[in-house]
Design a binder for this molecule. Structure first.
Ligand SMILES: Cc1cc2nc3c(=O)[nH]c(=O)nc-3n(C[C@H](O)[C@H](O)[C@H](O)COP(=O)(O)O)c2cc1C
Length: 308
């Protein structure tokens, strides 16, 4: 038996495998297909202060080695989430993480303050891949913009730890990670989807109604791995800030790569669309791998990739 437990900013997860934001609904509906007690944590879909319809169909299409989505943050909004969704999720035997999104700093602060009042959410995750309607800039694509947002959200979180989910659509991921850490991030999630496009050549139009969308799945795994590795060595490792590796994890070896690159925990999103029970197999393979490495705890392997 190996110890698979990990700690995210002082919050203990029984194992490092988590479901990713937006890929398991409001989380309680997912409990019908996968026992939450098998998971280290579950992240809700991103919640905004007001309800959102999202984009019209098509908003999710399959592409080689992944999926392209432009869901547009469809969700019931903060109040209905608190009244109707959170009570169902609260009974689940796993760590719950509330994902927050917005189109203004005030939006983020409102949801953060409300989540902070909920004991059942020990951690929140800020989805910063959203444009600020005031200036059109995406919060997570400019270090100054990100610092400003986190500077306002941080004081609203009196009890809850703050994870910041970084966008890969930037030139310098270390600069973004550094800005988030400076502004008080307790942990970083890497990565959100990558901006991409698919075209229907018969119709001559983009396959998604919105045009471009976010690429997820195995296609982005090596990119996510490179970013986790870089951020671990240049920013998060020295600061003692834990990382959640996310992007294209389908098999246990993909998760093991993230651990060696510097991730403390590992998320799964697109894999749940292929087989919602796949986290069980990933966890099993991961535990066997830790044993084969001669370690008693998975924590011993975080960041232990050797030079080529
Ligand atoms: C259909 C779909 C919806 C998503 N919704 C959200 C969301 O609401 N908030 C968020 O932070 N990320 C969202 N994501 C991004 C995932 O959480 C994850 O970062 C990304 O898909 C990469 O991981 P994967 O390759 O394992 O899917 C969504 C992804 C997909 C495929």
């Amino acid at each position: 038996m190996v110890d698979m437990s990990v700690s995210l900013a002082g919050v203990v997860l029984r194992n490092p495998i988590m479901t990713a934001a937006g890929t398991c609904g409001y989380v309680d509906e997912f409990a019908d297909v996968l026992d939450p007690s098998r998971l280290g944590a579950m992240v809700t879909k991103s919640i905004t202060s007001q309800p959102r319809e999202g984009h019209p169909p098509w908003r999710l299409v399959e592409v080689p080695l992944g999926m392209l989505n432009a869901v547009g943050l469809a969700n019931v909004g903060l109040q209905r989430f608190l009244d109707e969704k959170l009570p169902g999720a609260a009974g689940l035997d796993t760590v719950l993480i509330g994902s927050i999104a917005g189109n203004s700093i005030e939006d983020y602060v409102a949801v953060a303050a409300a989540f902070d009042a909920e004991d059942r959410l020990p951690l929140v995750e800020l989805n910063v891949s959203c444009p600020n309607t005031q200036d059109g800039l995406v919060f997570g694509e400019d270090p100054d913009h990100l610092r400003k947002l986190l500077g306002e959200v941080r004081p609203a979180l009196k009890r809850t730890k703050m994870l910041v989910k970084l966008s890969p659509n930037v030139g310098d991921i270390v600069a973004m990670a550094g800005a988030a850490i400076e502004a008080g991030a307790d942990g970083l999630t890497l990565i959100n989807t990558m901006s991409a496009l698919a075209i229907d050549v018969e119709a001559g139009t983009p396959r998604l109604s919105r045009g471009s969308g976010g690429l997820s799945g195995p296609a982005i795994h090596p990119i996510a791995l490179r970013m986790v590795h870089q951020v671990y060595h240049a920013a998060a490792g020295p600061a003692g800030v834990p990382l959640i590796g996310l992007g294209g994890v389908m098999r246990w070896s993909d998760a093991a790569e993230f651990i060696l690159a510097g991730a403390t925990a590992v998320g799964m999103g697109t894999a749940l669309f292929v087989d919602p029970r796949s986290p069980k197999a990933v966890l099993k393979g991961l535990a066997r791998w830790v044993q084969r490495q001669g370690c008693s705890s998975i924590r011993e392997l975080v960041g232990q990739v050797k030079p080529p």
